[in-house]
Structure formats: structure tokens, C-alpha cells
Write a protein that binds this ligand. Sequence first.
Ligand code: MN
Length: 495
Amino acid sequence: MRKYQFWFATGSQDLYGDECLAHVAEHSKIMVEHLNKSGLLPYEVVWKPTLITNELIRKTFNEANADEACAGVITWMHTFSPAKSWILGLQEYRKPLLHLHTQFNEEIPYDTIDMDFMNENQSAHGDREYGHIVSRMGIERKVIVGHWADAKVIGRIASWMRTAVGIMESSHIRVVRVADNMRNVAVTEGDKVEAQIKFGWEIDAYPVNEIADYVKDVSKGEIDALVEEYYDSYEILLEGRDPEEFKKHVAVQAGIEIGFERFLKEKDYHAIVTHFGDLGALQQLPGLAIQRLMEKGYGFGAEGDWKTAAMVRLMKLMTEGMKDAKGTSFMEDYTYNLVPGKEGILQAHMLEVCPTIAEGKIGIKVNPLSMGDREDPARLVFTSKTGPAVATSLIDLGNRFRLIVNTVDCKKVEKPMPKLPVATAFWTPQPNLATGAESWILAGGAHHTAFSYDLTAEQMGDWGAAMGIEVVYIDKDTTIRSLKNELLWNSVAFR
Ligand code: MN
């Protein structure tokens, strides 16, 4: 990850004299210093001189474009700043934009307020003029309202910064397909050229045996060392299998992990898809190996699902370095619990669930795979954390992409599932299982999702809006009637 920064640009004009402008600069410096010292922001804010002329505004935005460390500009109009001055700069600006609608003083100074104070502190006035031109120009931006020292406001800035990094990083995502999409499956397909135009993703295919050669070339010494690491880190759940035979199966995954990672690093890919029906010279479907690669930050999609692979990578980047992160993974809707009052969806995959979402012990099991024709793969098994999370599905509708964002509540399953040889999560979609699942199906959502405890629907929706695609939220406010209208209206809006 780059060490990103965000520029803080304060707008004003010279109508109220130098003394006023000196105050404006002083105030914005105090604000930037406070933001940086708050400890609440994942990235640094950089103060920029007050913007009062067309030339300086244009120059500053173009410098922001050119500066590789800059992931966005935070704008705020301290006084009145005639918005025509911003047109050329905004027109040429290409990075995330935040409009922080704030004010230096929190409270009206009732006893001392006079017209000089009003002229100097008129964000309520100046920010409306500025907001007007951004809206008129149709520029996607975030607006955050409130006092700059309020922890809630700073928290929203922090959250937006992660969205902005997602917008910046999206165009660096490179996905490798080591097999094509699973035959006859519709929802994992899509227009890769359009994905590169919209999101910046590079999605390339390689013959599976080209990556299998990397696995074949891994030395026994390297494999033995990694197997030892596995045996130190995870619980070995033999379940009656011969320990030596078990270890041989685990060793195959160690070889795959090392070989795949070498391939990804050498060719600079950050996400990968596999397909159980097209494994070439690979001895097992990559299971444990893929789980470990996801844990290291790689994106993954099964059965050739490159859209979900890129989304998992993107969401891992957006949560990079987050304190107390609970995890982000590829996921699949499997089985319902339809008992009244206990409704939910059991989430898992054949093998590939990221251990970042695990709660408690992680074990290794070796079990047959009912699909494909390879030997029994080793996989990590665990259950997952509880709490709110987002499940997202990016689908291609033929004429556009739609991002579906469902807020879900993750729970513990009632009882252990000792015979289930895969990692799982269990959640109830908002607003409830019946409406949530009905909405998901009406919106055309996939059975695969990119899932995270550490991102919000707002962050994912803002990312989608910045990409210029349709975003559909399913959450506590969703009703079928309003959702159906929204889908109908969107079909016209995105025609
Ligand atoms: Mn699947």
C-alpha cells in the first residue's frame, strides 16, 4: 500500500481584507493539526494555502492529480468563495473529493457576534455556493456535515478516506484467471473490457499448467518448512486418517501456496480465480493454499468468478492497516435455517473461506471433495465472528454493472456442526431473511459475495457511485415495494 495523504483546501476570497484571510489560514491550520492529532484518521491530512483565485484553484487541483501520494482533496469554504472560480479546477480534477461542510466555531458567540464575525465565518453561506457548482457539474463527491472537532465527524472522514483509497487502488487491481468460468454458470460471467473501463481492473487468463509448473518447481525443503508452520499454527484434525497420509495431503497445499504466490508476485497479480473442473497438473483443488493467500491480502473468486475476486482484493485494500479488523473474505450462500425466530443463511464454500474472519481455533481437515476428480484436499476449518457486516455482489446486467450491498448480522450457529469439513459463517440479512433474500433475488445478486466486517454499506455504495455504476442497498429500510420501484427507475437511469 502507498502511504496516502489527503489535501485540505480551504476556500475564501479577498473581499474581506488581509486580516480576515490571515484568520482563515490560521483556523484551517488548527483544524488540520487537530485532525492529524486525533488518532482517528487512517491517513495524514496535508494543509494547503487558502484558495482564492481561479488560477490557484486550478493549479492546486492539478498538483493533486499529479501527486502519487495524494488520494483525495478535502474542500471547505471558510467564507464566501464565488463558485465560478472553482469550475476549471474541478473540471480537471480526477481524484476523490470530500466537501467537509463545517465551521471553525462550534457555537454562535451570542454576546460578541457582529457583522465582521458573520462575514468571516459564513460556511453555511459559502459552502452552499460551492456545493451548487459541484452539483451543477455533476461531480461525484462526499459531503460530510458537522463540527470538525466532533469525533463522529472525524470518524466519517476516516471512513471516507478508506473509500477514497478504494477508488484510487481499484485501477491497480490485476486478476489472474487460471481457468475459465465454470461451464453454464451465468452470474460469474461478465464483460472484462467494460470492467477495465469502469473499474480499471486488468483481468488476464493463463493456462492452468503454467501456474502448475510453478507448484512443481517448489523444493521439498520449502514445502517441509511450510508444513511445519501449518502444524505449529493450526489444530490437526485427523478424524481417523493416517497421520502420515494426512500430512502428505497437507504438503500438496503447501506446495500450491508457495508456487501460486511466486507466480502472483512474479507477474504482479493481486487476485486469482480457480475452477475445480480445470485443474491441469494440480493434484488438489487449491484449498488451504487459497485460504492462506486470501489471509495475506490476495483477492479470490471460485469457479472463475473474477468479479468477486477483484472485489475481495479491493475490500482488503480498503481495510488495510485497520486496528482490530475482523476480516474480509470470499463467501457463498449455501443453506438456510428457516426456523421462525432463528432465520439465517449458512455461509461457506467448498474450501475457500479466508481465515481473517475466523473466531477461535482454526483446524486443518482433509476430506474428499464431491466435485472434480482430484485427491482429497486439505482445508482450514473454523467458525466466524459475530456482529454487523456487509455482503456485496457485483453483477453484469449486459448493459451495466450493478453492485448489491446487503447489511447482514453475523451470528453464532446454535449448535456445532462436527461433520461439516469447511469453514463457515452464519448471518441474517437485513431487514430480515424473507425480505432480504427476496430483495437479493429481485436485484439479481449472485450466490458468491465479497464479504467484510470492517466496511459499511455507505463506504461500498460511495465506491460504486464513484465508479459510475448502479448501487442497490438492502438494509433495515428496505421494503419490496420501494426496491422494485428503485430497480425499475434505475433501469431507465442507467440505460
Ligand atoms: Mn461457488
